[in-house]
Design a protein around this ligand. Structure first.
Ligand code: KG4
Ligand code: ZN
Length: 335
């Protein structure tokens, strides 16, 4: 079964053709990082305009790279939410026209489910019961995955998402946007034990919180500047220590979730799952507990069209036409 997946929920325009929810035939991504980096964050209006400019080229290229004609696909899948409402509208409007033109069913997909389904691209199969972690720029959530499409949210962030913690921390450290990859790179040369940043306690719960950590970084930077210590000299140690605090908090909550539901597998995705320190830490806790771990390759952790096609394949038995009344759901919790 061939599905065209379209993703425009934030600042990446993605179009991909995926076979049977697993085999990526083509995956084209237009990233807008250069447009937003000078503002230090995604500017919704600019994101929308760029999606409009490039979406038809992205989809054309997805078909030419796949060596397929649009007639060959079985369905069009598009992100309906959550995300930026204007950005979502572009993908949805384009998909409606495309589905109408080629008389294909149109499937509306939850972006967070897309991140989880990305774990099955590259050949892995989720073993149930599993725990799913989605850590991205907009979300930090833990899910119990029972199979057969049953997904229950068991933890969410009560303030910032993990990606926001990375991005805002990076800004304070004078690094570029998006901050996560910059912190990841700089932290590789730093000492994660030099600064003792707080880890929000779990108390056996699975909700995330990063605002205290962010404030702590601000106070630490203020203190260093007051004392006349050059922040430049310890930027890598600050990045490594700050990253370690985020990673410890995320991993602690995964451990609670894994122990509570007797999971066979942990699947982790979303942009922050591209983080090298988090990947190593999750691999260690899963190995200790003999739990399988699937994390997509870093390029499939961040937003892309293939993950939307993969999630659509999970719903292949109820390919209902979402219809031409389809509208964005900017706040659409999963499970
Ligand atoms: O999933 P994603 O592409 O978009 C959303 O759905 O939000 O995630 C983007 C987030 C950004 O906050 C970015 O800084 C973060 O993922 N990110 C990383 C890394 N790569 C991307 N965070 C930490 N380490 C990375 N290597
Ligand atoms: Zn995402």
């Amino acid at each position: 079964m061939l599905i065209l997946g379209i993703e425009t929920s934030c600042d990446e325009t993605g179009g991909a053709v995926v076979a049977d929810g697993r085999r990526v035939i083509s995956d084209v991504l237009f990233s807008q990082t250069d447009i937003h980096s000078r503002f230090g964050g995604v500017v919704p209006e600019l994101a929308c305009r760029r999606h409009v400019d490039v979406i038809d080229h992205v989809v054309d290229e997805a078909f030419s790279k796949a060596g397929l004609d649009p007639e060959a696909i079985d369905a069009v899948a598009v992100t309906q939410g959550p995300g930026l409402v204007g950005a979502l509208w572009i993908g949805i409007a384009f998909s409606k026209a495309f589905a109408y033109r080629y008389r294909k069913p149109l499937m509306a997909i939850n972006h967070l489910e897309g991140h989880l389904a990305a774990c099955e691209l590259d050949g892995a199969t989720i073993q149930y019961p599993a725990v799913g972690l989605v850590v991205s720029g907009g979300h930090s959530s833990l899910y119990e995955l029972a199979g057969g499409g049953k997904i229950r949210e068991v933890g969410r962030t009560i303030d910032d998402a993990a990606g926001e913690a990375f991005d805002k921390g990076a800004k304070m450290l004078g690094l570029g946007f998006p901050g996560g990859p910059e912190v990841d790179r700089l932290a590789a040369t730093g000492d994660p034990r030099r600064f003792d940043f707080p880890r929000a306690r779990t108390d056996n719960r699975m909700d995330f919180s990063f605002s205290g950590l962010k404030t702590s970084l601000r106070y630490t930077l203020d203190r260093l500047r007051r004392q006349g210590d050059a922040v430049d000299g310890c930027r890598a140690d600050l990045a490594a220590s700050y990253q370690a605090a985020i990673v410890d908090s995320v991993v602690a909550r995964c451990v609670v979730a894994l122990e509570k539901n007797g999971a066979k597998m942990l699947v982790a995705s979303g942009g922050v799952a591209a983080n090298s320190c988090l990947r190593r830490a999750l691999a260690a806790v899963c190995a200790e507990r003999e739990i399988a771990l699937v994390i997509p390759s870093p390029v499939r952790c961040t937003d892309n069209g293939a993950m939307i096609a993969a999630a659509a394949y999970w719903h292949r038995d109820d390919i209902r036409e979402s219809g031409f009344r389809l509208a964005p759901r900017p706040h659409w919790p999963l499970g």
